[in-house]
Ligand binder design. Structure first.
Ligand code: G
Ligand code: G
Ligand code: MN
Ligand code: NA
Length: 242
């Protein structure tokens, strides 16, 4: 409860900040985008993982405050310091349900001076499939704003592919558990191959997450994966260190 109180006031100080991890195009080897990942440096406990505090925020109304702060910070930093670089941010399930989400995104991009087409929103498979009809409406409204949409951690949920492919999504991020199996198991390679084929068939861009080894990168290139992200290519760091 104390931690919840602390999180409530964290946006007012410099405790919440954004780390950025590069996303690399596998054809040109150029960095085309960065994923913004929220960080909380607590005055007493030090760095707290988003796994903990995002969960805490989702259990209360705090996710709206924290989510809005994240959006404003990341869009402003990218517009000011790295214009032209695409920014992707994670949305939690609660944010997707928020009726103010679309206007909050419009407001944040407008205020930062960031072209909405430079912003991509990552939504997990599970968040999309709790209420598919509502998700479809929200995604359509976000698309109308001009932002891009990605499905995050793909392969970890139990959604029907047919259902997912009816949603207006631009990008599919292959969960890092599949990347980890590349070069070790034929099964992982077969799964990644078919995910890429399926995504390309509906004109989606494919990003492989969690690339840690050169061999994984080479296999992904061979399989025709579009982009990659992972510790091999760069860890999440403050924008100035990128
Ligand atoms: O860097 P890593 O430890 O950053 O992130 C852990 C988890 O926290 C990931 O699943 C990531 O998607 C999530 N996460 C990081 N930043 C945010 C954020 O701003 N919003 C939401 N909803 N999730 C985030
Ligand atoms: O759920 P999401 O895909 O948004 O999670 C992003 C998380 O993945 C962050 O915690 C980030 O630090 C972590 N991450 C990024 N690259 C790698 C990697 O190469 N290996 C591992 N194990 N984690 C990674
Ligand atoms: Mn993500
Ligand atoms: Na992911």
């Amino acid at each position: 409860l104390q931690l919840e109180q602390d999180l409530r006031t964290a946006p007012l100080s410099d405790q919440l900040w954004v780390a950025y991890q590069p996303i690399v195009d596998l054809r040109t080897d150029e960095r085309t985008a960065v994923e913004g990942l929220l960080r909380w440096t607590h005055p007493r406990y030090g760095l707290i993982s988003p796994v903990e505090f995002i969960t805490l925020a989702e259990e209360s109304d705090l996710i709206n405050i924290v989510g809005a702060h994240m959006l404003h910070t990341a869009t402003r930093e990218i517009a000011d310091l790295a214009p032209g670089l695409e920014l992707t941010v994670n949305l939690s399930a609660r944010q997707l349900d928020d009726p103010w989400l679309v206007s909050a995104i419009r407001h944040a991009t407008h205020k930062a001076g960031l072209d909405p087409s430079s912003l991509c929103l990552e939504i997990t498979e599970s968040a999309l499939t709790r209420d598919p009809a509502l998700a479809a409406r929200t995604l359509a409204a976000l698309r109308e704003l001009g932002v891009r949409l990605a499905i995050d951690d793909f392969g970890t949920g139990y959604s029907s592919l047919a259902q997912l492919l009816t949603l207006p999504l631009d990008t599919l991020k292959i969960d890092r558990s599949f990347t980890a199996g590349l070069g070790r198991s034929d099964e992982a390679e077969a799964i990644v191959t078919s995910i890429i084929a399926m995504a390309h068939a509906v004109d989606m861009t494919v990003i492989a997450e969690g690339v840690e080894q050169v061999e994984q990168l080479e296999i992904l290139r061979t399989l025709g994966c579009d982009q990659a992200q992972g510790f091999l290519l760069g860890r999440p760091v403050p924008l100035a260190d990128l």
